[in-house]
Design a protein around this ligand. Structure first.
Ligand code: SF4
Ligand code: SF4
Length: 356
């Protein structure tokens, strides 16, 4: 669901921005691992857009201000971008659900700005469309495989908003896919005590992961801390626990979902560009001789340092990504259109080539 408002098509005078809005964190380590890489990927993919950041949490904004770090709220950031002459704006929430933060801090305050930009589009949070759930189940299935199918408990934030039901929907999808993983939330309907009956004593360790963008206060203290945490509550029941402090923002495939949502906003704001691209693709297709020589990329694995841009960018799903070895690989070469070469252009160390 998008909220576009468009007065004119894209031209050279357009000043385009993407505002990435997360709840925020005061933990620099997880900010660097989980928020910064999403912004870096978006910057590289959406060339011509200036990337800005805002946080929704007033508490975090205040705490950072005490340290001398100024971070705007979404409203302040948008007001400033308007003053600076931005004409087209995409606001992408780095949130999981359309809960209070989305409605109260993003949607309601920013909708009136639709008339003040040539185009304003607000993207979807992580778990919004049907396809998002499919992608998330794949991500969680890989997570389960990474701990050999042992018990996993994930800590989601949850909400008193009705959108909290998203966690139950995701759990159903997880169960349907026979993934050994239970979600519980800090604030929502599926409290920690509700999942305890599913955890069997002496059946091996329970792996705790955050189901949050960052591994901040909740993950470090409420989930994996040494006092009054989920970890200690399980240990008191004689269960061995392994804590994983990895925010979901570290996962390349999670970034891919956000990028898909930004791409949908861009398409809403600049439909003419997409129409032109489709027309060019059609013309190019007609030019291909009857006997087509397949053309697909190869990666020099000695050079690849695993930034993941080729994997995230290729809309044809040609690339796979090995999370353990942090390297991309050509997974389905036959999917390559053979003419765009954008993956090779994106790779800053020229690790991608197209052998003749
Ligand atoms: S091949 Fe290049 S773009 Fe792809 S992951 Fe490796 S370094 Fe990044
Ligand atoms: S050339 Fe285009 S379609 Fe082929 S792998 Fe690269 S980005 Fe994907």
């Amino acid at each position: 669901m998008l909220y576009p408002h468009k007065k004119a098509g894209c031209d050279m005078k357009d000043k385009k921005g993407i505002l990435m809005v997360s709840f925020g964190t005061t933990h620099r380590d997880t900010e660097l691992k989980c928020i910064n890489p999403i912004e870096t990927a978006v910057k590289k993919i959406f060339k011509g857009f200036e990337i800005r950041r805002a946080f929704t949490s007033n508490i975090i904004i205040r705490k950072q201000a005490v340290k001398g770090i100024y971070l705007p709220s979404p409203l302040e950031a948008v007001e400033k971008m308007l003053e600076e002459g931005f004409t087209h704006l995409i606001v992408q929430p780095l949130l999981f659900i359309k809960g209070h933060e989305f409605h109260n801090k993003i949607l309601e305050p920013l909708l009136p700005y639709r008339k003040r930009f040539s185009g304003l589009s607000i993207g979807e949070p992580l778990l919004s469309e049907e396809s998002d759930f499919g992608q998330m189940v794949t991500i969680l299935s890989n997570l389960s495989a990474s701990v050999n199918g042992e018990d996993i408990v994930m800590m989601g934030h949850g909400s008193t908003h009705s959108a909290d039901s998203v966690y139950s929907v995701l759990q159903k999808e997880i169960d349907t896919s026979h993934i050994n993983l239970r979600i519980a939330t800090v604030e929502g309907a599926i409290g920690f005590e509700k999942i305890l009956p599913f955890i069997k004593k002496n059946s091996g360790p329970v792996h705790l992961f955050p189901l949050m963008l960052v591994a901040g206060d909740h993950a470090k203290n409420d989930m994996g801390g040494n006092e009054n945490s989920w970890k200690t509550a399980l240990e008191l029941r004689g269960i061995k626990v392994v804590t994983h402090l990895q925010g979901m923002g570290e996962n390349m495939k999670v970034r891919q979902i956000f990028i898909k949502h930004i791409r949908a906003c861009k398409k809403e704001l600049f439909p003419d560009i997409y129409r032109r691209m489709r027309d060019i693709a059609e013309t190019e297709k007609n030019k291909i001789p009857e006997k087509v020589i397949p053309r697909f990329p190869a990666i020099d694995s000695a050079l690849c340092y695993g930034c993941g841009l080729c994997y995230v960018f290729c809309h044809r799903g040609v690339y796979g990504f090995d999370e353990n070895n942090k390297t991309a690989f050509v997974d389905i070469p036959g999917n390559c259109t053979g003419h765009c070469s954008r993956c090779a252009d994106l790779c800053s160390i020229r690790a991608i080539s197209f052998p003749d």
